[in-house]
Design a binder for this molecule. Structure first.
Ligand code: ATP
Length: 296
């Protein structure tokens, strides 16, 4: 559902407001002359003339977004379009270069909030992860069995985490993160790491979260997962919000766009992108404390 009128906005119950947020990373880049000597640099001493310089990478360009309670927001886009950056900003992992993010409760980023220790067993990590998320001993005891069951790790729960496969580790992280029934849950491609049985459990848990009027942010390259789990989708491209709305049409236009690019029809793809941008209605937060409105 897009924010499409002032009335809708005021009557809604926003969980997260992204207010004109942009993000520029500062990193280093080797100069062209340095590139020519790259191979020799790898194997030997630095060559004269090789230089690195600071460059700015604009990852997100003034994105505004209002996400309501109960919405499950899918975020799609090509590699490097800014999806993970948006999640990191919403989750508070990095501060934005400009703008601000407001949330009604602390968003829990799956796999990041649960800072687990490889040398400890799965069950010890459950306690550790839950404590790190601010749960009390009593709350951990009450949720413990549910976490173990959701992880599907069975007897492996007593083995050290360093003996787990990547998928097993993801299952444990998901189970821990979901245990606090976060009002706002952020998931970055995590659904793609587990096996079929785990994906099924994850889907059920996501449905439960939605029923509890939780808010979910989900980044995935799987359009089937997005269509299955989300009731709203945004499409990011080169750090810009290109489309925002019901999953079926947004996914359809995004697929068409990538198909055109794959076919070498760059002009057709750009025309489609421009048409989507022209149709986009952008949320605008005009006053940080009270009045918020939408502009087209
Ligand atoms: N820590 C960083 N330092 C410098 N540049 C970064 C950093 N993190 C991301 N970027 C750049 O920001 C842009 C957006 O990256 P981001 O990871 O948000 O994209 P994404 O849409 O999640 O991509 P993917 O689908 O490949 O995961 C890219 O150009 C990337 O190179």
């Amino acid at each position: 559902m897009a924010v499409n009128s002032e009335l809708d906005f005021i009557q809604g119950t926003p969980a997260v407001v992204v207010d004109r947020v942009s993000m520029t990373y500062r990193t280093t880049s080797r100069s062209r002359s340095a590139g020519r000597t790259a191979a020799s640099n790898l194997f030997g001493a630095r060559q004269p003339g090789s230089r690195t310089k600071s460059v700015d990478v604009p990852a997100l360009k003034e994105v505004s977004l209002v996400v309501q309670h109960g919405e499950s927001l899918g975020i799609i886009g090509r590699n490097g379009s800014g999806k993970s950056t948006l999640l990191k900003l919403v989750g508070g992992q990095v501060p934005p270069s400009t703008g601000a993010v407001y949330a009604t409760s602390t968003p829990v980023m799956l796999g990041v909030n649960a800072a687990l220790i490889p040398g400890l067993s799965g069950d010890q990590n459950i306690v550790l992860g839950c404590l790190a998320m601010g749960m009390t001993r009593g709350q951990i005891n009450a949720k413990y069995d549910e976490i173990v069951e959701l992880s599907g790790l069975e007897d492996a729960i007593h083995m050290p985490m360093k003996s787990y496969s990547a998928g097993m580790g993801s299952r444990l992280r998901f189970a821990i993160a979901a245990a606090i029934d976060p009002e706002i849950l952020i998931i970055d491609e995590a659904l793609n790491t587990g096996d079929a049985q785990f994906k099924d459990r994850t889907r059920k848990k996501m449905m439960e979260l939605l029923e509890q009027a939780g808010t979910v942010f989900l980044v995935s390259h799987s359009m089937a997962t997005i269509a299955d789990l989300c009731n709203r989708v945004i499409w990011l491209d080169q750090g810009e919000l290109v489309a925002d709305g019901d999953p079926a049409p947004v996914v359809k236009w995004y697929r068409l766009f990538t198909q055109k690019l794959a076919d070498g029809d760059r002009i057709g793809a750009l025309k489609l992108r421009r048409r989507m941008l022209n149709n986009l209605q952008v949320a605008d937060v005009s006053d940080r404390n009270s009045l918020r409105r939408a502009r087209s």
